[in-house]
Design a protein around this ligand. Sequence first.
Ligand code: R5P
Length: 282
Amino acid sequence: MIVIGGSSSRKLADDLARELGTDVIQATSKRFPDGECYIRLEREGIERDVVIVQNSHPDDMFVELLLLQDAAARLGAEKITNVIPYFGYARQDKLFNKGEAVSAAVMVEHIEMRADKVITVDIHSAETLDWFKIAKGVDVHATSCIGSYFSSKGIDLVLAPDEGAAERAEGVAKILGCDWDHLVKTRLSGTEVRITPKRLDVKGKSVLIVDDIISTGGTIEAATKQLRSLGARRIVAVCTHGLFTMGALERLRKCCDAVLSTNTLENEVSEISVAPAIAKAI
Ligand code: R5P
């Protein structure tokens, strides 16, 4: 087996190869002057199973993912496993309004043309993986990696900002051996949320807020306001997928003591590697 790193996920590909005890090829990826992608795997042949680590987000990374599959297949790769740490377009997984595209289905159809197995991390809806007809789809959770990272870091309470993240918070809390709770969130717009006031015993405590995605940071900011008003001493925010759009990181650094993410999306705070969880699924 050999791991191939695409340009969205080079560090994670290195981590994964280390976990699996295999070699890694970092693909050469360039842009033509018109913006089109050029991919090359600098090998004479790859007559082995390959694990391609590459996101389907943003759009240009998805094109690169398809080109990486093709390059590997042309070099004689046997079984192709696509690790898609952040599966882009997963949130449009049904028709919300007549006339729309079901974006997640389009991703699945294209990826499946060249994949034998697909591994995602905390995908928006695990049912999306059931749409793969030929490839086997597996979703792994970042909970164990997040829990290990925060063990012995003095967390008193793990908090989910909404009910959807409650199971994740519970999983992390179990690893840390501390309490957990969840808030109730109402989304007002793409950038604004309202968190229903709730009595929480957080006075003087160190609280870890856990979510799957931080995008604009509106959710975490609203949760943080409530925790501060209740007297929390230290607030750390962590997510699996750190999209950090619209200056979210700067915004959150003003209200949180620390902000971290896993390396499904590589950014300046993606300190927590999900490679151990992916290696287990491989
Ligand atoms: C939504 O339910 C997700 O779990 C996240 O809470 C959401 O995507 C975060 O978005 P934002 O950072 O823009 O509030």
